[in-house]
Write a protein that binds this ligand. Structure first.
Ligand SMILES: Nc1ncnc2c1ncn2[C@@H]1O[C@H](COP(=O)(O)OP(=O)(O)O)[C@@H](O)[C@H]1O
Ligand SMILES: [Mg+2]
Length: 239
């Protein structure tokens, strides 16, 4: 049985104006992702990977084409509605952590729920920090944490609302190998325990191959979709 489609991109184009004239950043992207799937996105620097992720997250609006996420068509939504949709459904992790430097780890993680008016924001944030292995670090500020720890805080923040989709843009790009592996392991644990759909942008082919599918982007187009010969998540493909 196939799972329902959670991300659907149809004929996505993004053209931006520059001094030198129009620049075609995305050129006709078609991509369907099933609920609970993990998808690795690979491709050279400047090929449009981050832009594609911004479009899935509703942070950027395509010039042409249809984006449908969790059954919601983005086209009629204004910026506030997109922000609300994102808050409720999508967690995002960036290469450079994007933590608020003047807030503790706990405060950083609690922000999304606090803004949404949750009474239990700090209790849930504490649980999430424990899930990523950072209990005892709640009161630390970002500068008092290592890169890997900061990324774990960012991951806890991204999933505090238990989003159906987790987007990660080069989440291990600023980390050394073994620290990066811990982050990836945590991401896959969250995927396994919550059936979170995961879109993972990475330069690391071996990391991408841990995903159900690898999508290769070059010059704003999908040039290859590959299903690695993998052994994890076998239960998901067994009827
Ligand atoms: N806001 C922008 N204005 C102009 N060009 C942009 C903008 N954002 C991205 N680009 C260009 O779009 C292309 C794709 O960028 P990006 O999606 O960041 O690629 P990747 O993540 O694959 O490295 C690059 O050539 C980049 O310079
Ligand atoms: Mg990028």
């Amino acid at each position: 049985m196939t799972s329902p489609e959670i991300i659907s991109l149809k004929n996505i184009h993004l053209t931006l104006m520059s001094d030198a004239g129009p620049v075609n950043i995305l050129r006709g992207i078609n991509l369907q992702i099933q609920e609970g799937e993990t998808v690795g996105i690979v491709g050279p620097s400047g090929s449009g990977k981050s832009t594609l992720m911004s479009i899935i997250g509703g942070l950027e609006t395509p010039t042409e084409g249809t984006v449908n996420v969790c059954g919601t068509d983005f086209n009629p939504l204004n910026e506030d509605e997109l922000a609300r949709f994102r808050r409720d459904n999508i967690g995002i992790v960036f290469q450079s952590f994007h933590l608020v430097p003047t807030m503790t780890a706990l405060e950083n993680v609690a922000i999304p729920l606090e803004l949404a008016g949750h009474q239990d924001a700090f209790d849930i944030a504490r649980q999430k920090l424990t899930e990523v292995g950072l209990s005892g670090r709640e009161g630390h500020y970002p500068t008092q944490l290592s890169g890997g720890e900061q990324q774990r805080v960012a991951l806890a923040r991204a999933v505090i609302s238990e989003p159906r989709i987790l987007l990660a843009d080069e989440p291990t790009g600023n980390l050394d190998g073994s620290t990066g592996d811990v982050i990836i392991q945590k991401m896959f644990e969250l995927h396994d325990s919550h059936n979170t759909t995961m879109v993972l942008i990475t330069h690391d082919e071996s990391l991408a191959s841990k995903c159900d599918r690898t999508v290769r982007i070059e010059d704003g187009q999908i040039v290859d979709i590959n299903v690695p010969n993998k052994t994890r998540n076998l239960e998901e493909v067994t009827p």
